[in-house]
Structure formats: structure tokens, C-alpha cells
Design a protein around this ligand. Structure first.
Ligand SMILES: [Zn+2]
Length: 321
């Protein structure tokens, strides 16, 4: 069967085999850039793919194509390639039986703290070895992730996989295990906008929203420590919306692929992302539009509270207060 749609018939046009990890906090445009990159013939976005096995087992969250994950033709074909690579019999189901998520409960809390410190500070070779020692289940999950990434490339004929799992430990573990093919796209957005979105969705206080945003920014920053500058880039959500062509041209250069104008549309191409913003289910052409509702939504008091908790982090990213 043909997995990619007609837009992708000239598959494997360019690019070396890469895994581009989208880091940053939620609601910062990661689903937007994920869908835009997915329109490139050499790129396959898989969203928050670390939830793949969980969703297949629990059957509670559909794939972006609308099918349950365990019935999606795309994921079934990738599963059969994984089965072949693992040398498993036809009766076994890698979608259900493998685990690519770094499950918190799989590592003792004390070892998890050591793992965290090691992930930040250890040089590459030691880091990979130490991770295997402190958190063998996590090391197995990362090695299994690389098998799934290769199977996705092989089934789709693409070279660049976009993994938007956001988990900062996964970010560093993927780099430590496959540094040659690793790239980090750190998606950032004005913390006031992200906090306003969290307040709208959950009713939490500004103090909590600002704290959570700051914490996730800090995690991504610390995890990317030690990754060479040529392997990471920062994209501001606002710049992506204001000038999608310039931003996507830079992203393509970073990923070593040619720019394709199809990337500037949000047409519903065949997408099989796992998890992410509900915008991924919308069909038809959509406009790439800057969402700045926070400017009207937030009170003076909330803005002051944000500045108190996370103003320094926001300014570090280039946002004026
Ligand atoms: Zn699907």
C-alpha cells in the first residue's frame, strides 16, 4: 500500500537520515510546525510518538487520521516492519508489546535523580553507559524508539522523522544514543501567551501557569546543554506565524532538506501524528494565524504576577516585558 499521499510521491528527494526532536513547553506551536514539516516529501512527523504504545494498548486516543492507533493502516504497516526487524513471529504485536516511552515508574526515584544529573552533565559516551546502568528500562525504550524511527523511514521513504514528544529526558537520551542523526528544534512562545492558554483551558492561577511554563523552559534548556550548536535551533512561534516562509526556509536549511512551498499550507495531508493540540484533527485549508489573545485576556495584576515568576525566563528568550 502507498502510505504517503500523492504530494509525497517524489519521496526520498533529499536529506540525510535524521530525528528532529521538537522541544519546549506545550501550546508553543509544536503541533503547527509538526504539521507544516509533514508536508515536506522527505519528512514524516509522528507527533508525541512516545505515547504510541500506550494509545495502541488503551485504544482511547485516535491517530490524527481518525482511526484508532491499533487499526491505523500507517501504524500497522510500520508495525509489520518493526516485527520484521525484531525477527518476531506474525502472532506478535510490536504496537502493543514494545515500549518507547520513558515511563517514570520504571526507575526508582533516587536513581531517577542521579539519572537526571548525569543526563545534564556527563559527556556523551559516559552518559549513554550511565543511563543504561541507572535506568535500563529507559535505555531499552530509547533503543526501541530508534528501531521504530528506522521502520517509519523505511515504510514512508522519508529521511527526517519529527518526534514532538517534548519529554526533556527523552530529548537528551535520543541525542546520547544517536548523536549523528539527532537535531533539536526548540519551539518557544511568549510565556504570557502560553500561561494565558493554560488559564483558559484549566482555570489555574497565573502563578501556577507561569511557574509550569518556566519549569518546562528550564528543563529543555538544561537538557540541551552539551548538544553542539549546529544540532539545535530555536524557533519563535510568533516569527513562524508572521513570516512562515522565512522561518521554514531556515528550518529546512537546518534539517538539510530543500524548501518546498507546500509547507506553508495547513492543508490536511496524510498525517498520523500521535497526541498533540486538537488542531491536528481539523480538515481543509487553514490559515496560519498568530494567536495573541493574551494581550486582551490578561489583567494588569496577572501580567505583574507573570513577570514576578517568569519574567527573567521570558526576557532570556527575547520577549520584552
Ligand atoms: Zn493514522
Amino acid at each position: 500500500m502507498t502510505i504517503r499521499n500523492s504530494m509525497h510521491d517524489d519521496s526520498k528527494t533529499d536529506g540525510q537520515d535524521l530525528v528532529a526532536f521538537i522541544g519546549g513547553s506545550g501550546r508553543s506551536g509544536s503541533t503547527l510546525i509538526d504539521l507544516m514539516l509533514n508536508n515536506h516529501p522527505s519528512v514524516q512527523s509522528v507527533g508525541e510518538v512516545h505515547r504510541l504504545n500506550l494509545y495502541a494498548r488503551e485504544n482511547n486516543e485516535p491517530c490524527t487520521c481518525g482511526s484508532p492507533v491499533s487499526e491505523c493502516p500507517f501504524w500497522l504497516e510500520v508495525e509489520s516492519e518493526v516485527r520484521r526487524r525484531l525477527g518476531w513471529s506474525a502472532e506478535r504485536h510490536p504496537l502493543h508489546e514494545t515500549e518507547i516511552m520513558l515511563v517514570r515508574e520504571d526507575v526508582h526515584p533516587t536513581l531517577a535523580l542521579m539519572q537526571k544529573a548525569m543526563m545534564l552533565a556527563a559527556p556523551r559516551r559516559v552518559g549513554r553507559w550511565m543511563n543504561g546502568l541507572l535506568a535500563p528500562a529507559h535505555q531499552r525504550a530509547i533503543e526501541m524508539s530508534l528501531v521504530w524511527h528506522d521502520a517509519i523511514r523505511s515504510v514512508t521513504g522519508t529521511s527526517v522523522i519529527i518526534d514532538s514528544s517534548k519529554d526533556a529526558r527523552r530529548l537528551k537520551a535520543l541525542y546520547l544514543n544517536a548523536p549523528g542523526q539527532f537535531r533539536l528544534i526548540n519551539m518557544v512562545r511568549d510565556g504570557r501567551a502560553v500561561s494565558a492558554s493554560a488559564i483558559r483551558r484549566t482555570g489555574m492561577s497565573m502563578k501556577q501557569a507561569a511557574y509550569e511554563w518556566k519549569r518546562s523552559q528550564r528543563h529543555t534548556r538544561l537538557s540541551s546543554y552539551g548538544i553542539p550548536s549546529g544540532k539545535k535551533m530555536m524557533i519563535h512561534y510568533e516569527a513562524l506565524c508572521r513570516d512562515p516562509e522565512a522561518t521554514m526556509t531556515k528550518a529546512c536549511a537546518f534539517l538539510g532538506v530543500r524548501f518546498h512551498p507546500e509547507m506553508l499550507t495547513l492543508r490536511k495531508s496524510e498525517a498520523h501524528n500521535i497526541g498533540g493540540n486538537p488542531m491536528r484533527f481539523k480538515t481543509g485549508d487553514r490559515e496560519i494565524k498568530l494567536d495573541e489573545r493574551w494581550r486582551e485576556q490578561l489583567s494588569e495584576k496577572e501580567l505583574l504576577e507573570f513577570d514576578r515568576v517568569a519574567g527573567d525566563e521570558n526576557r532570556r528568550l527575547g520577549y520584552d516585558s
